[in-house]
Design a protein around this ligand. Sequence first.
Ligand SMILES: Cc1cc2nc3c(=O)[nH]c(=O)nc-3n(C[C@H](O)[C@H](O)[C@H](O)COP(=O)(O)OP(=O)(O)OC[C@H]3O[C@@H](n4cnc5c(N)ncnc54)[C@H](O)[C@@H]3O)c2cc1C
Length: 483
Amino acid sequence: MKKYLVAAMILTLLALSLGGCAQAPGAGEVKGTAEELTTDIVVIGAGGAGLSAAVTAKNAGAEVIVLEKMAVIGGNTLRATGGLNAAGTKYQAAAGIKDSPDVHYADTMKGGKNENNPELLRTLVDNANNALEWLNSMGANLVHVVIAGGSTNPRTHAPEGGAAVGPVIVKTLEKAAKEQGIQILTDTKATEILTDGNGSVTGVKAISKDKGELVIKAKAVIVATGGFGADPEMVAQYNPALKGFDTTNHPGATGDGIKMAMAIGAATVQMENIQTHPTVVPKRGIMITEAVRGTGAILVNHKGERFINELETRDVVSKAILNQEKGTAFLLFDQGVRDNLKAIEEYAKLKLLVEANTLGELAEKLGIPAETLEATVKRYNELVAAGKDSDFGRQHLQRKLEKAPFYAVEVTPAVHHTMGGLAINTKAEVLNKDGKPIPGLYAAGEVTGGIHGANRLGGNAVADIVVFGRIAGQQAAEFVKSK
Ligand SMILES: Cc1cc2nc3c(=O)[nH]c(=O)nc-3n(C[C@H](O)[C@H](O)[C@H](O)COP(=O)(O)OP(=O)(O)OC[C@H]3O[C@@H](n4cnc5c(N)ncnc54)[C@H](O)[C@@H]3O)c2cc1C
C-alpha cells in the first residue's frame, strides 16, 4: 500500500516539476520526444551514497533530483547487515573500547594489502565518526558495537541489539529526503551522462518506466550507482577467477555508473579487485553477516574441525573455505551468540539455521562426525577460558559455545563487493585519464575505486558511502553555486 502511495506521490511531483517546461504526459501519450526536467544536481542511484549526497546537497541549498532504476530504493545498502565502521566514537568509549582513526587506517591499509589510495582512506577514517553522528542525529541510533574481520578493535556500529544496519540507514535517509522535498524518481534508469562541447557535465538522459525518455538538465551529476557484483559477465571480464560464482548483491548492481562515466572519459582504478564474502548460503546468495563470527561463532569443516582464524580478512577466510571438502564449511554458534545479535533472528525466520539441543545431535543433522565436533568445541571453549587461541591466533574470543540450542549454517564464498571503480579525489570529483576532475561530475560509494584496496574490511563500505556521499553532495552544491 505504502509503495503505491509513494509511486503516486512521485508521479505528482514529476508532473509538478514539468510545469514550466512541458506538460506531464497523460496515459497513452505518444512517447519518443524526451520530456525535459531542469535542476541543479542529478543524483544517479538511491542507495546509501546517493541519498547521503542528495540530503547534503539539498541542505547546502541546491535543488536535487534522484533517479533510481529499481522499483524500490536502497540498493545493496538495504542489504547491509553488520554495521558501520568508525573509530574513537562515544559508543566505543562507553563500552570501554580504546580505538582511533589511526588504528582504523592501519587495519584498513593492511586488509587492503597496501593497495588503498592513502588520501581517500585518510578521508574515510577521519570522517567516519562524523558520518555516524550525522546518521544518529537523524534517528538511526547506531549504538551497538561489534568487531568485524581484520579490525584490531570492535568498531562496527549497528542498531541497538545488533539488528541489520542497512534498512535503518535507508529509512533514515529516505525520511530526511522526503522532509526536504527531494524528488526520488523510481523505475527511472539513467542511460547517459550529458556533456557540453568542452567536456563539462550538463545533465543526464534516463528512461522512466512510466514516462519513457527523460532529459534532466543539471549543472552537476553525482554518480552513486553502486558496484557491479550482480553482473557476472563484468565480474568475469575483470577477474576471470570469479567466473560462475554466486553473488550477495541486489540485481541492480550492474556497473551502470562506471560504464556511463567511462563513456565521457572517466578513469577507473583497480577494477580487478573484487571481493568474495566467505559466509554465504550456497545457491541462495544470502549472506550471513560477519557480525555472527564477531559475536562468537566459529567455522568448522566437514570433518568437524576448525581450520582458520574466523576473524581473518574476507579474502583469507574465503580461500580457506574453498580449500575444504566440497568448498563449503559450517558456521557454528550457540544460543549465547544468538541472544547477543538480533540480526540472527532474520536467518531463523528464513529457516537457514540447523538447530539441535546437543552438539552430537547437530553433528548428526549436518552429517559430520559427532565426536570430532564435540572435541572441537570443547577445545575452543578451553581456548576462550585461557583467553588465547593458540591453534589459529583468533584475537577476539567473545564467549564459550555452551548454551543450547546449538546452530549451524552451511556457507561458501560468493561475489560481494567490487573494490575497483571510478577514480575520484578527496572532493569526490571524478577524474579523467589525465588525473584531472571532469567539471560537474562527482561520484560516491561502491561505484568508486581505490579506497578499500585489494580487500575491503567488513563495516568500511557503509562508512564509505556516508562519508563520500556527504562530500559529493557538499562539493556538488558548492560547484553549482560557483556557476
Ligand atoms: C548482503 C550485503 C551485506 C552487506 N553488509 C555490509 C555491512 O554490514 N557493512 C558494510 O560496510 N558494508 C556492507 N555491505 C556493502 C555495502 O552495503 C555496499 O557497498 C553499499 O551499501 C553500497 O552503497 P551504494 O550507495 O554505493 O550503492 P547501492 O546501495 O547499491 O545503491 C546504488 C543504487 O543505484 C541504483 N542504480 C544503479 N544503476 C542505476 C541507473 N543506471 N540509474 C538509476 N539508478 C541506478 C541501484 O539500483 C541502487 O539502488 C553489504 C553488501 C551486501 C550485498
